[in-house]
Design a protein around this ligand. Structure first.
Ligand code: NAD
Length: 480
């Protein structure tokens, strides 16, 4: 399937081009596949002004909530219509499996359906203050919601923020990731057809350090929703502090699964395969640390060797287990972290057997083991198909190891002992705990971090309240 050679940005209801362009590469071949217009600071300003105008004109707020419901449902329909084409584009530019790319579009449609179901139920409360007062709360949209999207799941992460933000009546500016911006253009072509008011939706591909920084530093932004690395999140929070702009921060992770001695080993292996090798480990909530009870430690290492030996490497259209990572820089960074792991004394337990293709940004699936939790491989996010396995001797030690990094996105427990599993859920420092299935849950389950994994919640009913603020109205009645 041919894809267009040139792609543009969506600002104030128009697809606009720019002379300055950025090549987009195929991670599978390392060759350019298309050019995208790079938005300028002036265009970012134009988007901010148009979004502000749309907020001031109150189009989405003035409408009956039922109209927002219809808009969101129409958006879901349009997204489903472009899903296969969009998945093809995403597979080409991102390197991920076609089936996973298609899932992103389907999930995006589901986000719009899910929050359509909430758009007419954003209800405040009434507060009893005695007979002489009437007091109630209203939920108001934040206004202009600036949303900075990463490259690893651009479509589903964009829809995860966009759908509740629009359901609540905000105007949104999405800054797409430089490395994987094309699929988002397909998503926005679908959203354009849904008929949202002019000025309520903008898509800009621009450099993070320029256009991204401009958007998050602007007093016209009433909210910043950021998904990405800790370092960028910290820069954005600094910029946001200037205007006290509220933020939702979805950052990185180094999530641990605790495997108790009664865990089902076959089930565990399936979960390791999806937990750390899905999307070549480029998942914020990847199962990147495996803490295994000493009684089954050697047996588990042996089983992992078998699993890794069978993983097939290939491009996103080949149904391979391990697809290329996003860029040469990401490839080098992962390789460097593996070299450091060996230098620091971690043991190499397993590595993929398929020869690396001559072209493309491939990395072998790799597993290390160590008993030293201070090693960088046991603490730092790799964002690649690399697992670190460690033994533990007691439940207390397992909790201590799991909680030892500065992150706190996800933790998991594999056991048939419900009582022990539930005790762990109380002690683990993380935004979510998966029991007996990594990635258990879906768009309905609230998601977010603790510590350096960030704050604020996406997904589920709770996320809608990340996109509104409470206004309390209190009325003094006259007379008896
Ligand atoms: P990144 O921080 O490099 O970039 C993310 C986005 O921020 C890009 O669109 C980039 O252009 C933009 N950006 C860069 N500098 C900016 C600035 N100064 N101001 C505004 N925007 C700026 O992250 P990445 O490499 O794209 O994504 C990988 C990271 O994202 C990993 O750490 C991963 O764990 C994290 N992540 C977290 C979640 C989550 O939900 N918690 C989900 C996916 C990815």
């Amino acid at each position: 399937m041919q894809i267009p050679a040139k792609w543009s940005n969506f600002i104030d209801g128009q697809w606009v081009e720019n002379e300055v362009e950025l090549p987009v590469f195929s991670p599978a071949t390392a060759e350019p596949i298309a050019m995208i217009s790079l938005a300028s600071i002036e265009q970012a300003e134009q988007a901010l002004e148009a979004a502000q105008r749309c907020v001031a004109e109150r189009h989405l707020v003035h409408a009956k909530p039922a109209q927002r419901v219809s808009l969101l449902l129409r958006a879901a329909e349009e997204i489903r219509r472009v899903a296969e084409y969009g998945a093809h584009v995403l597979c080409l530019e991102n390197g991920k499996n076609y089936a996973d790319a298609l899932d992103e579009f389907t999930e995006a449609a589901r986000y719009f359906e899910y929050y359509a179901g909430m758009a007419d139920k954003v209800e405040g409360v009434s507060i009893p203050l005695g007979d002489d007062y009437i007091s109630f709360t209203n939920y108001e949209p934040m206004g202009v919601s600036v949303q900075i999207v990463p490259w690893n799941f651009p479509i589903s992460i964009c829809a995860r923020s966009l759908a509740p933000a629009l359901a609540a009546g905000n105007s949104c500016i999405v800054k797409s990731p430089e490395l994987s911006p094309l699929g988002l253009c397909v998503l926005f072509e679908a959203l354009e057809k849904a008929g949202f008011p002019q000025g309520s939706l903008h898509l800009l591909c621009g450099l993070g350090s320029e256009v991204g920084q401009h958007l998050v530093s602007s007093p016209k932004a009433n909210q910043i929703v950021f998904t990405g690395s800790v370092a960028t999140g910290q820069r954005i929070m600094q910029a946001a502090s200037q205007w006290a702009t509220p933020c939702v921060m979805e950052l990185g992770g180094k999530s641990a699964a605790i495997v108790l001695e009664d865990a089902d080993l076959d089930e565990l292996l399936k979960n390791i395969k999806s937990g750390i090798f899905f999307n070549s480990g480029q998942v914020c909530s990847a199962l990147s640390r495996l803490l295994v009870h000493e009684h089954i430690y050697e047996k588990t290492l042996q089983a992992i060797r078998g699993l890794v030996g069978e993983l097939k490497l290939g491009d996103g259209f080949s149904k391979a287990d391990i697809t290329p990572v996003i860029s040469a820089q990401q490839q080098q960074q992962i390789q460097k972290m593996c070299e450091t792991a060996l230098k620091e004394g971690a043991a190499l337990i397993a590595s993929g057997k398929t020869p690396l293709p001559e072209k493309g940004f491939y990395v072998q699936p790799t597993v290390f083991s160590t008993t030293d939790s201070s090693l960088s491989i046991a603490r730092e996010e790799v964002f690649g198909p690399v697992l670190c396995v460690m033994p533990f001797y007691s439940d207390e030690q397992a909790v201590q190891l799991a909680n030892e990094t500065s992150y706190g996105l996800v933790a998991g427990v594999f056991t048939n002992n419900l009582n022990r599993a539930l005790r762990f859920t109380q002690l683990l420092r993380s935004g979510q705990v998966f029991i007996n299935e990594w990635y258990a849950g879906g768009i309905e389950t609230p998601f977010g971090g603790v510590g350096l994994s960030g704050f604020g919640r996406e997904k589920g009913q709770e996320a809608l309240y990340s996109y509104v603020r409470t206004k309390c109205v209190t009325f003094k009645l006259k007379g008896a």
